[in-house]
Design a protein around this ligand. Structure first.
Ligand SMILES: Cc1ncc(COP(=O)(O)O)c(C=O)c1O
Length: 402
């Protein structure tokens, strides 16, 4: 299937990108485990090796199963090209390493995923790359910093874990005005809910480990954008070696066939649970862009077709309440992951921002009692009942003064 604009995203999720990789009449893309590819004809080998002819040489560079995954996500994001990685963090670090050299300046937000934030606060500064961290959601501040000049503008919206929203179109305009490459982490939104390339962004990154794969059984990352930019990043990755494994590519590709169904269910359920949580005494605050009370709600409505399956909430009593509450949940994995078919919960202090100190977390508005909730595809009535019995347990135990 090619990038036919008249075909809807669900049909694309099922069919896109696979046809060229089917062999022997099989209806499913095979997992090609071969490390290298053999050639009888030395001239053909040379032509493939030097990029003059399509084909595969060595698994660190390309692989047919991995390419099928790249083709599918490329079509879902409406991009010209995509290249994949062993993890989401590899996608982020290789993209930044391709784009930035010592002396450059990058503008970003304070609320990026904890691992990404470490690149900004620890790794880039030691390469003499100036990092300007702006208050997430403060568009004027971002615009002012961008206007001073920057090579890269890096965004994430919604953010992990407090689901803060940035206006993509407005920021892309500001970035383009100074010639910056605009990069966005679209992991939380997924291509079902948000296509940043439509708003003028240059590169879209996903941790494919999360919603794309959706079954918490494969690690991966990907970057989508123009052929020119993606080829540069691919070149860095093929040498750097953070290659996606063919088995992971197969699992993620299979998971993506149900992406639209999973995400639709997760959006619906997340909205219902977020509304329920607003009625619970022990809950201090609920962070979900679908709620009208969320400061980024109007922007989210403008740029997202669904508000996503991720939200977070803060409980009274902080860590003590979290310690009592979470083990009571029957239908949730307490794990450092998200975007899976099973509901997954965890405090930010042990998941997204485990790398940060309590002070660093506080500085970006993450209370120690914040619980990140990744809504699964279970029946939402059961998820709400599960939360309810856990809250009742905590109230009865009276471990906190409510
Ligand atoms: C928004 C976001 N981006 C990137 C990553 C990194 O992905 P990975 O764990 O696949 O390296 C994560 C991981 O949680 C994430 O939540």
């Amino acid at each position: 299937m090619t990038e036919n604009k008249n075909i809807n995203i669900g049909t694309k999720s099922v069919w896109a990108g696979e046809k060229d990789y089917l062999v022997h009449g099989a209806s499913q893309v095979p997992v090609v485990h071969s490390v290298a590819y053999t050639y009888e004809d030395m001239d053909e080998w040379y032509e493939v090796a030097t990029g003059k002819r399509a084909g595969h040489i060595y698994g660190r560079n390309t692989n047919p199963t991995v390419q099928a995954f790249e083709d599918k996500i490329k079509i879902l994001e409406g991009a010209e090209a995509a290249t994949s990685f062993s993890t989401g963090m590899a996608a982020i670090s290789d993209t930044l390493s391709t784009l930035l050299v010592p002396g450059d300046r990058i503008v970003t937000i304070k609320d990026t995923y904890g691992g990404t934030n470490k690149i900004f606060t620890e790794f880039l500064p030691r390469l003499n790359i100036e990092v300007q961290l702006c208050e997430t959601g403060n568009h004027e501040d971002l615009e002012a910093e961008i206007a001073k000049g920057c090579k890269v503008l890096y965004l994430e919206t919604p953010t992990n874990p407090t689901v803060k929203i940035t206006d993509i179109e407005r920021m892309a305009r500001a970035g383009k005005a100074v010639g910056a490459t605009v990069v966005i982490d679209n992991t939380f939104a997924t291509p079902i809910n948000q296509n940043p390339l439509n708003f003028g962004v240059d590169l879209v990154i996903h941790s494919a480990t999360k919603f794309l794969g959706g079954h918490a059984d494969a690690l991966g990352g990907v970057v989508c954008g123009s052929k020119e930019l993606v080829e540069k990043i691919y070149h860095y990755r093929e040498i750097n070696g953070a290659t996606m494994d063919p088995m992971a590519a197969y699992l993620i590709l299979r998971g993506m066939k149900t992406l639209h169904l999973r995400v639709k269910q997760q959006c619906e359920s997340a909205m219902k649970i977020a509304k329920y949580l607003q009625t619970v005494d022990i809950v201090e605050a609920v962070y979900y862009p679908g709620l009208e009370t969320h400061p980024g709600h109007d922007i989210a409505k403008k740029q997202m077709s669904g508000f996503g399956g991720m939200f977070s909430f803060a409980v009274k009593g902080g860590v003590d309440t979290v310690r009592d509450l979470l083990p009571q949940l029957k239908f949730a994995n307490r794990a450092a992951n998200l975007g899976a078919v099973e509901t997954t919960v965890g405090p930010a202090r042990t998941t997204s921002h485990v790398e940060c100190t309590p002070e660093e977390r506080a500085a970006v508005g993450i209370p120690e009692g914040l619980i990140r909730y990744s809504t699964g595809i279970e029946d939402v009535e059961d998820l709400i009942a599960d939360l309810q019995q856990a809250f009742e347990y905590v109230a009865q135990k009276n471990s906190v003064k409510l």
